[in-house]
Write a protein that binds this ligand. Structure first.
Ligand code: NDP
Length: 279
């Protein structure tokens, strides 16, 4: 699966995208090259945030000349999420990325400013053409209910939440809620934020066996599993061009029902936790 409709935006967006948290830990030119290699390989959905240090500036350089190809997402921290604060923060993000618009702008996690204010700021930005759409991140079902009550249907484009093989809590209620309400689910930290199953472990051997059968990598298998449901997206981060290309292989990888069942058994969903896990 290459692209899917992204919530109510009317845009087809690459199912596998690129994250940028801590990408500024890689040498600047390598990070830019990795993102550009990813875009060339079809990973045109780029996720960043005002709180990712030099992340936005690196993205800005990477997408120079490629803006039309990219679905660009950034996030406002809750502390800035008043009506005027959202607009100010977005304008600063646009400056750092040297662009005039975002495709989607997210509230990074639920905070203390009234959600009515944040959503009013998002709508101001949308009206002024500075964002195509807005969404939320780290929202559990009760937060989503509140956002829907305030904004009305078909306004929340996506919910970005933690989702990897060993953390499948969102399958209980968040994914079904998103599917029922036309909200895209974007899974973050698909490789456990660097804590990926060791190839020598039982988990790693199961992944490796499936990867071998498809002549691909265990990381691509994980991405294919994490985007097996309609309406879902995944945004792995890498600062290495060759890994961006490797991750892009997941776009063409279709797991069999039996392989999905094997992975579901090896990485069980577990019980629904009381609070939504987040990083
Ligand atoms: P990931 O789960 O994407 O894992 C990143 C790690 O995996 C890095 O150490 C990277 O190393 C390594 N890696 C990537 N590709 C490969 C590969 N093919 N083979 C081997 N290793 C690989 O971690 P993140 O936590 O960064 O999550 C992804 C993105 O999600 C973030 O960058 C950010 O954009 C978003 N996010 C959003 C959050 C939110 O609250 N909304 C919270 C956390 C993340 P290397 O770079 O050296 O290749």
């Amino acid at each position: 699966m290459d692209t899917r409709g992204f919530g109510s935006t009317g845009r087809q967006v690459s199912v596998i995208g690129q994250g940028t948290w801590r990408i500024d830990g890689t040498a600047w030119s390598e990070a830019v090259a990795a993102l550009r290699a990813g875009v060339d390989a079809g990973l045109t959905h780029i996720d960043t945030a005002e709180m990712y240090g030099d992340g936005e500036a690196i993205v800005g350089e990477a997408i120079d000349g490629l803006r039309e190809e990219v679905f660009l997402v950034s996030k406002v921290v809750p502390g800035n999420a008043t009506r005027r604060g959202v607009v100010r923060a977005c304008e600063q993000s646009l400056r750092r990325m040297r662009t005039d618009r975002l495709d989607c702008y997210l509230l990074h996690w639920p905070g203390s400013h009234p959600l009515e204010e944040t959503i009013a700021g998002f709508e101001d930005l949308r009206r002024d053409g500075k964002i195509l759409a807005w969404g939320v991140s780290n929202f559990d079902v009760d937060d989503l209910d509140e956002a829907l009550r305030i904004a009305g249907p078909y306004r929340i484009a996506c919910n970005q939440v933690l989702y990897h093989l060993r953390e499948r809590s969102i399958e209980h209620a968040v994914i079904p809620w998103c599917a029922a309400n036309g909200v895209a689910m974007v899974g973050y930290s698909p490789f456990g934020s660097g804590d990926f199953p060791d190839p020598a472990s039982t988990d790693g051997r199961v992944l490796g066996g499936i990867a071998q059968a498809h002549e691909t990598t265990p990381h691509a298998v994980a991405l294919a599993f994490l985007t097996r449901l309609d309406n879902t997206f995944s945004i792995p981060k890498t600062g290495r061009a060759e890994r961006a290309v490797e991750n892009a292989a997941a776009r063409d990888l279709k797991l069999t029902e039996a392989e999905i069942a094997t992975l579901e058994a090896q990485f069980p969903r577990g019980r629904r936790p009381r609070t939504l896990p987040m990083l």
